[in-house]
Structure formats: C-alpha cells, structure tokens
Design a protein around this ligand. Structure first.
Ligand code: ADP
Length: 183
C-alpha cells in the first residue's frame, strides 16, 4: 500500500506510522527522521537542514525532494510505503506525482490525522524534542496552516480522515478499519 500521512505537527503521525508500517509490511519514510539522521551524522544535507528545522521553517523543496526521491528508489519501497512529513507543500505534492509516475506508481490514499490545536501543543511540549519549544511550535503550526493544509484540498478525492484524539491503539484501529475499505 502507498500512503501519505497528513496532519499538523504533534498529530501523532510518527507513532501511528511505526505501527502501520509493521502491520502493513511497508517502510515508514519520515522526512523529519531522515533529516535528523543526517544531522546526527553531520552530513552536508544535515548541516543545510538544521538551521531551518531549529527555527521551525521548512527545509527548501529542492533539497527535500532529492532526499525523498532517492529514498523511494530503494528496494524496500517497491512493496509500498508510508510517507510521513512529505509532501508538506503543494509543489512537493507535484514533485511526488512526478516521481511516482516515473516509477509507474500511484498513491492509494492520504490519511489525515485530525486533531485540535490544544492537544498537539500539549503532546509536543511533553515530547521535548530540540524543536519543541513554544515559539518554534507556534511557528511550525503557522507553517502547517499556510503551506501544508492546502494539501487537504489538493488530495480531496484521496483523503481518509481519522479523528486522532483517543489512545494510540484506538487511533490505529480506526485507521486500519478505513484502510481495509481500500482493498
Ligand atoms: P513534526 O511532525 O512534529 O512537524 P517532523 O519530524 O515531521 O516533525 O519535521 C520536523 C522538521 O523537519 C520540520 O519542522 C521541517 O523543518 C523539516 N521537514 C520535515 N519534512 C519536511 C518537508 N517535507 N519539507 C520541508 N521541511 C521538512
């Protein structure tokens, strides 16, 4: 199955993606995790991404798209994938379409994790990642509203909306039930 996971920062995409990846047998591809791995290894890509991430801004599309393209070309992605954190802008969605077309593939669905702003701020402050300070969180929320939320219209015919405010298990069960309908 080839899915895009969408939702504001702190919506729990990463947590749900890890479980879904196991159950569906497809890799979880998180751009945030790929960037953080590059930062950890001190690669040129990591050095470039870090200043944007620390401020809660988006890493430029060209850098991000190249990283995702090479990841999608790896063998394990042939079975399908869960994209977490990409696309995050309409131009990135257009690039994804180009990449998939080149591979002769199409998306099966776009899972939207719907959650209120209060809940996401609470979750992120509890998580305590380097870019989870209050100012940076606020900026990331604004960037989401401005750059990423338009993707819900862009993908209107593919969106599967999940209410993402219960327990981790409840949200996973709701997602699996919806995905079963795609088969
Ligand atoms: P969250 O889901 O909490 O926003 P992520 O780990 O997905 O956290 O992303 C952290 C940061 O990584 C973002 O704020 C941004 O700087 C960068 N990033 C991740 N994905 C993308 C992307 N597709 N385009 C540009 N920047 C990205």
């Amino acid at each position: 199955m080839r899915l895009v996971l969408l939702g504001p920062p702190g919506a729990g995409k990463g947590t749900q993606a890890a479980i879904l990846s196991e159950k569906l047998g497809v890799p979880h591809i998180s751009t945030g995790d790929l960037f953080r791995a590059n930062i950890g290894e001190g690669t040129p890509l990591g050095l470039e991404a870090k200043s944007y991430m620390d401020a809660g801004n988006l890493v430029p599309d060209d850098v991000t798209v190249r990283m995702v393209e090479s990841r999608l070309e790896e063998d394990d992605a042939k079975a399908g994938f869960l994209l977490d954190g990409f696309p995050r802008t309409v131009p990135q969605a257009d690039e994804l379409e180009r990449i998939l077309k080149g591979l002769g593939l199409d998306l099966d669905g776009v899972v939207q994790f719907d959650v209120s702003e209060d809940v996401v701020v609470e979750r992120m402050l509890a998580r305590g990642r380097a870019d989870d300070t209050e100012d940076v969180i606020r900026n990331r929320m604004q960037v989401y509203a401005r750059e990423t939320a338009p993707l819900l219209d862009h993908y209107a015919d593919k969106v599967i909306k999940i209410k993402a405010e219960g327990t981790v298990e409840e949200i996973n069960a709701a997602t699996m039930a919806e995905l079963d309908k795609l088969k």
